[in-house]
Design a protein around this ligand. Structure first.
Ligand SMILES: [Fe+2]
Length: 257
C-alpha cells in the first residue's frame, strides 16, 4: 500500500498506433501524440498503481505495434492491463501479450478495489458490424465480483454503454441495455470507464458512474464523426478504501507536425 490513502489508476485509450513511425489517422500523427501523452503522465503521475488501456491500441493490427506500446509503457513501475477495441487485431495482440508491463488478465485486485476488464465480441458483417458482450463474458464478470464481495468494483471496457446525446457511432454494443442491467445487479460496481467515442462524457445512472475518456490521438463527436480540434488526453482516477472515488481528464496540448 502506498503511503497515501487511495490508489491511483490511469486510463489511456484509443491509441490507434501504426508500426510506421509517422502513421496518421484522421490527420494526427498518432505515435507522436501518444508519446506526448505518456510524457505528460510521467511528469504528473509518475507512480500510478495500475494503468488501464481501453482499446484500439494498434490501428494497423501489427504485432510490432503492440510491441511498441509495451516498450513505451515499460518505464512505469505499474502493471498495465488492456482490453481490445474494434480496431484491434486480437490474434496479433495475443501473440505479443503478455509482455512486460502489459498483461491480458481480465481482472486484478488493488487494495479495497477489484478492477475488471470487460471485452465485447466484434464481428464485421455485411450492412454493419455487430458488437455484443457475450453471456459468457457477463457470467465471468459476475462470478469474479462474487468471489471478492468486500471489494468495490471498477469495470474497464472499450465501448461506451449508456445512452447519451452523442453516443451513436457506427460500431455499438447491441445488447448495451442488458449489459447495464446486469452491472446494476452488483452494488459494489461504482464506475465503468470506456473509450471508443474519442471524447469525454459522464453519465451517472442507478448508482454507477459511466465515464468516457478522450483518445490519446484525435478527438471526435461521434454522431457526426466530425473530428474536433480538442487536445488529446487521458484520465486519472483515485480510488478510496470506502468506495469513494474521484476522477478527471487531463488534456495534453500537442503541436502536431
Ligand atoms: Fe478508437
Amino acid at each position: 500500500m502506498t503511503p497515501r490513502d487511495y490508489a491511483t489508476v490511469l486510463q489511456l485509450t484509443d491509441l490507434h498506433l501504426f508500426a510506421e513511425p509517422h502513421g496518421r489517422f484522421n490527420d494526427i500523427d498518432t505515435r507522436a501524440s501518444f508519446l506526448q501523452v505518456v510524457m505528460h503522465v510521467r511528469q504528473h503521475y509518475p507512480n500510478p498503481d495500475v494503468i488501464l488501456v481501453t482499446g484500439d491500441l494498434a490501428h494497423d493490427g501489427k504485432p510490432e505495434t503492440y510491441q511498441f506500446i509495451a516498450d513505451a509503457l515499460k518505464s512505469f513501475s505499474a502493471p498495465v492491463y488492456c482490453v481490445l477495441g474494434n480496431h484491434d487485431n486480437p490474434d496479433a495482440a495475443r501473440r505479443v501479450y503478455p509482455l512486460q508491463p502489459i498483461s491480458m488478465d481480465d481482472h486484478c485486485l488493488l487494495h479495497d478495489w477489484h478492477i475488471l476488464l470487460l471485452a465485447a465480441d466484434h464481428a464485421p458483417m455485411p450492412g454493419g458490424d455487430r458488437v455484443e458482450v457475450s453471456e459468457a463474458a457477463l457470467h465471468r464478470l459476475s462470478t469474479l465480483i462474487r468471489e471478492y464481495p468486500k471489494k468495490w468494483a471498477l469495470i474497464a471496457t472499450h465501448y461506451n454503454l449508456p445512452d447519451h446525446q452523442d453516443r451513436g457511432v457506427a460500431v455499438e454494443v447491441c445488447n448495451h441495455r442488458e449489459v447495464m442491467h446486469q452491472l446494476e445487479q452488483h452494488p459494489s460496481i461504482k464506475l465503468v470507464i470506456s473509450g471508443h467515442v474519442h471524447q469525454e462524457f459522464l453519465v451517472a445512472q442507478h448508482g454507477i458512474c459511466y465515464l468516457s475518456t478522450p483518445a490519446t490521438g484525435y478527438q471526435s463527436t461521434s454522431k457526426s464523426g466530425r473530428v474536433t480540434g480538442e487536445a488529446p488526453g487521458y484520465r486519472w482516477i483515485n480510488l478510496y478504501p470506502n468506495g469513494r472515488f474521484e476522477s478527471d481528464v487531463r488534456r495534453v496540448t500537442f503541436l502536431a507536425s
